[in-house]
Design a protein around this ligand. Structure first.
Ligand code: PLP
Length: 451
């Protein structure tokens, strides 16, 4: 489809009239990019302009756009049956098979899969599962959840409260009081290696002590903080966090909605540090975004507790579409593509190509700081002065211009979070496409900063 300008303008006006967008702010939608189709890492808008999708749309299109195999899998399953529910005593073949496949790929201790429709629902369910578990253990006082500064966990009410980015709370309060965040402790002296955003494992220990461990059900952590700006952990962070959780009898929920299914060059990101969570939240790349689906997965220990629950303790958590047969069929086919094409291995290799490229293009630039990456997740910060670390005031203005230049001049779509520019191309990306992403980034930073 290629629309002439008048038709595009009419479409844009219609969009402005009726469509309420996620994170809605009217000026963002004055001249929307309206996408039409895609192939591999490429997207094409309704006016025929081509872009590299350097964020895999929203971190999710792992196998790339235009996969006929996934359309076929959906159509085949839809022709069989519209929908059957997975409530009391019912099941369906794709959901059974996908649950087994996910357990094959996930951490050794994982056992029970509860399918959701989104990452937010996965995290809500994970928190409810943690509270339910502690109730079954005779410890109903363990209800609180601790998450981290700069984390993103979703848009439902509890997931918004989990999110450690204040912009997501403004005007939506009051939030759930049992959910709190880590913050830098006063006078902290420790031997931890800090993460790329400065946080270390002691922040979490202090938060658990502050709240009283007997009242804390779980912590929730992204292996790499994604939507908060791609902040990578130090090598000792997750092993220490695991020890802290064990010491204070607190469950660890790993939010791998972004990092799950190969994004960091491993099937699941905590594999990098040999750590296993108690509950794992996933979504996005399980279906590469072709249809909505997510899940929370509980350890064998928690699953066993659910199986042994007394008759009055049914796990009363449900979504109509949990284990939807079409979504599950697409998920199965998607994971098969990932295995057949060795996309997790490709993510590891291409992640290094991207990181080397960004370093070559930007290291030493007076307005660029903190280049960071894990697998095919990368980011850097735009600063007023890289030698002192002084940030731009007001923030985001430079990043917005860099992002716009990348899109309009370089044909590369990416995302900014305040002053941070982040990248997460589809796992099918090749070195030449990464070269184009890097070239567009270098050109944009130079044009906008004038250096
Ligand atoms: C780490 C993380 N958790 C949860 C979510 C929420 O997922 P959804 O938007 O599918 O509800 C996101 C979305 O970007 C995410 O990045």
């Amino acid at each position: 489809m290629t629309l002439d300008l008048d038709t595009y303008e009419a479409l844009a006006r219609e969009d402005q009239t009726h469509l309420l967008h996620p994170q809605y702010y009217a000026p963002d939608h004055e001249r929307p990019v309206v996408f039409d189709h895609g192939q591999g890492v490429w997207l094409v808008d309704v006016q025929g302009k081509r872009y590299i999708d350097a964020l895999a749309s929203l971190w999710n299109v792992a196998v790339g756009h235009g996969r006929g195999e996934l359309a076929d899998a959906a159509a085949e399953q839809m022709r069989k049956v519209a929908f059957t529910n997975n409530y009391v005593g019912f099941s369906n073949v794709p959901a059974i098979r996908l649950a087994s496949k996910v357990i094959d790929l996930a951490y050794d201790n994982m056992q029970g899969v509860f399918f959701t429709n989104s990452g937010s629902e996965s995290n809500e369910g994970a928190l409810k599962a943690a509270r339910f578990y502690w109730n079954l253990q005779g410890r109903p006082g363990k209800v609180k959840l601790i998450s981290r500064e700069r984390s993103y966990h979703g848009g439902t009410l509890a997931a918004s409260a989990m999110t450690g980015l204040p912009a997501f709370w403004k005007y939506f309060g009051p939030l759930a009081p049992e959910i709190s965040h880590t913050k830098k402790p006063d006078n902290l002296e420790c031997d931890c290696t800090p993460n790329s955003d400065g946080e270390c494992a002691c922040w979490m220990e202090q938060a658990i002590l502050r709240e009283d461990p007997d009242t804390v059900a779980a912590i929730i952590v992204e292996p790499v903080k994604g939507a908060g700006g791609v902040w990578t952990p130090s090598d000792d962070y997750f092993p220490r966090l695991r020890e802290i959780c064990d010491r204070y009898e607190v469950l660890m929920i790993a939010d791998e909605v972004i990092t799950g299914f190969g994004r960091t060059g491993r099937w699941f990101a905590l594999e990098h540090w040999g750590v296993q969570p108690d509950i794992l939240s996933i979504a996005k790349a399980i279906t590469s975004g072709y249809v909505p689906m997510g899940a929370f997965i509980v350890s064998a220990e928690i699953f066993e507790a659910l199986k042994q629950a007394p008759t009055d303790a049914r796990f009363m958590h449900a979504y109509t579409n949990s284990g939807h047969p079409t979504a599950a069929a697409v998920g199965l086919r998607n994971l098969q593509i990932m295995e057949d094409e060795r996309l997790v291995e490709n993510a590891a290799v291409m992640g290094e190509v991207l990181a080397d490229g960004l370093r070559g293009a930007l290291e030493g630039h007076p307005n660029v700081a903190k280049l960071r990456h894990l697998g095919l997740m990368a980011g850097f910060s735009l600063v007023k002065d890289a030698t002192t670390g002084e940030t731009f005031e007001p923030s985001a203005q430079t990043a917005i211009r860099v992002q716009r230049h990348m899109r309009e001049e370089g044909g590369v779509i990416t995302r900014i979070v305040a002053d941070h520019v982040v990248f997460a191309p589809p796992l099918v990306v090749n070195a030449s496409e990464i070269g184009q992403i890097v070239d567009a980034t270098r050109a944009a930073v130079r044009a906008v900063t004038g250096t």
